[in-house]
Design a protein around this ligand. Sequence first.
Ligand SMILES: Nc1ncnc2c1ncn2[C@@H]1O[C@H](COP(=O)(O)OP(=O)(O)OP(=O)(O)O)[C@@H](O)[C@H]1O
Length: 364
Amino acid sequence: MIRVYKLYEQEKNKSIQDQNKQITKFAEKDPKVVTTEGQIKSIETCESDPFARTLLYLEMPRYYTWNAASKKFQCRKNRKKDDAVAGFADVYSSDALGRIYTGSDILQFPAYCGWCTVRHFSGSLSTLEFARKRFKLGLNTRRCNYFCASKSRTLFMIIIATCHPSNPTALWEKYKDEIVDDILHRVRMTNLNFDLESNDEMRNEALVLIEDMCVLMCGSLLSTLGMPAPNRSTHAAFNLELQREKNYDRDERVKRVRKNVPLLNAEQKNVYNSLMKVVDHGTGGIYFLDAPGGTGKTFVISLILATIRSRSQIALAVASSGIAATLLERGRTAHSTLKLPMNLLTVDKPTCRTTKNSTTAKLM
Ligand SMILES: Nc1ncnc2c1ncn2[C@@H]1O[C@H](COP(=O)(O)OP(=O)(O)OP(=O)(O)O)[C@@H](O)[C@H]1O
């Protein structure tokens, strides 16, 4: 359930109001809400300045400075409206990277995603940490749940796996610190050290979690999606690749083979039998299948893949282009799977970058 709250400074009590205008009051010393002048002023900034409404709470300091003398947020001179949060201003979602974006009529409370999310999840997230540092709120972080970071990871994985952003690495760089928030919190609690900051190790753990979800959802490793690959131990990585290549519905493939083999015409059957013989005898080799368009090459290749996979064996499907790879089940480009160099045509002896001990080499 989405709830958005607005903070009010009242004479004696602090109170918050949700989008249904329901007001909840908190005692002066309630650890859950400690309003400060800085917070009130920043809410006012968002209410009076349309540009501020387009910003995430985390992004505010990039464009505004806190003037201690006037006790107001002042716009930085070099702010650029257009490149602030291009394309995001109209997005409204409680799930979108765990925060609420402004510009929606649903939100009576304009802007200020940080507080919205802090309150409506009655927990905490990076913005709370951020706010704690920035405004010295002294919020009670022990009550925090930090589950927004895991939602952020899930959403991030969905974006990476299905929306094909032009620069996934830049997206990761932009949001990585928020995405590791729960991991950071766990490490801080374990070490009882709240001054710890997120580091490469925590970001790597987040990448591993994102990649695990990617593999489950679409069978892709992060490296094939333009993202930095997590640094797994060779064994763990091998298991993951293995799991990816064995993660098939075997029964479905058995049924498909039973159904399609009888459909093969004489020539297709010849090709199918020849190649299955090579697979069964493990003799290996390079075979080139050529026939006019639409005569059933993909049909035969798919059937061979399904036959091998129906036996719980591994068949890597690769093609020379991304489009061609989409025609094959779990198909990937040969360049990414085999780590082929891009200069195949210009170099006399091109060598692939698959190292002997790599997971790909072991898998093959
Ligand atoms: N033996 C078969 N029984 C039933 N349908 C078949 C058979 N062979 C091929 N088809 C169907 O014919 C269509 C074309 O086949 P397919 O895409 O495999 O051809 P192709 O040679 O790979 O084509 P292209 O060279 O254009 O990629 C597909 O819809 C496929 O399902």
